[in-house]
Design a protein around this ligand. Structure first.
Ligand code: NDP
Ligand code: 8X3
Length: 257
């Protein structure tokens, strides 16, 4: 039987690149996201030698998640890999200037949405057993604090700990759980975070070599293709040209802005 991957946030970035990677490798793919036209466009580009099922899905909507999972066509019902990728950062400002609505949107998407989809698909994954995987997309922001990360980084810390905790409970089922924690990667992420600021996009990704969505897709595929007895708990990945900075110190004499 052909293996199937269920991808959240397949309309852009890592999710889209993963759909392409897995479909080209002969997997059936379930592509989901809110933007229907993007799903249609992607579906048309994927090889017709595999089953591709596109479903409009807002991961925040628990009923919609249940509906999509319950109504999967027979050809893609036996989901072997869940890629919990849908997510976003908002409010690139200090916490004290952030909009509370943006905080709620990040929590609803990065935490509640991921939990919704995981809960809905766990029985299927347990049914598949050995070799099945939940692959969560966390972030370096879940482990390393930086200004302006506030709720975004905290939501990704949830993803990391949830991944580890799931492993404890799924022990004995054969289902693997991994957290991928990428650093800077070029996608629509910064456009979403800044409300469409193309200058911020150019500043973020220009004059350096960020990770590309295909780099993350390759890691997702690597995890899914490992022998059944291997579980990589966490993969933290940065561009070679990204590293950490020093501690910040509040001084009486402020440097000129
Ligand atoms: P993109 O903005 O390119 O893609 C984000 C995807 O998430 C889109 O397909 C979007 O689809 C989907 N999405 C957002 N909100 C929802 C929702 N409510 N319901 C369903 N889908 C949703 O960004 P990336 O590919 O970079 O981001 C993918 C993941 O990687 C995110 O979890 C992000 O936090 C994480 N990440 C990104 C890094 C980076 O530097 N780019 C680094 C570390 C982690 P649609 O709008 O159509 O619903
Ligand atoms: C996205 C990476 O460094 O912008 O999760 O937080 S970062």
């Amino acid at each position: 039987m052909t293996d199937t991957i269920f991808i959240t946030g397949a309309t852009s970035g890592f999710g889209r690149a993963s759909a392409v990677k897995f479909a080209q490798a002969g997997w059936n793919v379930i592509i989901t996201g809110r933007r229907k036209e993007r799903l249609t466009e992607l579906q048309e580009q994927l090889p017709n030698t595999v089953s591709v099922h596109a479903a409009e899905l807002d991961v925040r909507d628990q009923e919609q998640v249940a509906d999509v999972v319950q109504n999967l066509p027979e050809s893609v019902r036996n989901v072997k890999v869940l890629l919990n990728n849908a997510g976003l950062a908002l409010a690139p400002v200090p916490a004290q200037k952030a909009d509370l609505a943006d905080w709620h949107t990040m929590i609803d998407t990065n935490i509640t949405g991921l939990v919704n989809v995981t809960h809905a698909l766990m029985p299927t994954l347990i049914g598949v057993g050995a070799g099945a995987s939940i692959i969560n997309i966390g972030s370096v922001a879940g482990a390393w604090p930086y200004p302006g990360s506030h709720v975004y980084g905290a939501s990704k810390a949830f993803v990391e700990q949830f991944s580890y905790n799931l492993r404890c409970d799924l022990l004995g089922t054969g289902v693997r759980v991994s957290n991928i924690a990428p650093g800077m990667a070029e996608s629509e992420f910064t456009l979403v975070r800044t409300g469409g600021d193309t200058q911020a996009y150019d500043k973020m990704y220009g004059d350096t070599d960020p990770l590309q969505p295909e780099d993350i897709a390759n890691q997702v595929f690597y995890l899914a293709s490992l022998p059944d007895h291997i579980n990589i708990n966490q993969l933290e990945i940065m561009p070679t040209r990204q590293a950490w900075s020093g501690f910040a110190v509040d001084r009486d004499q402020k440097p000129a802005p």
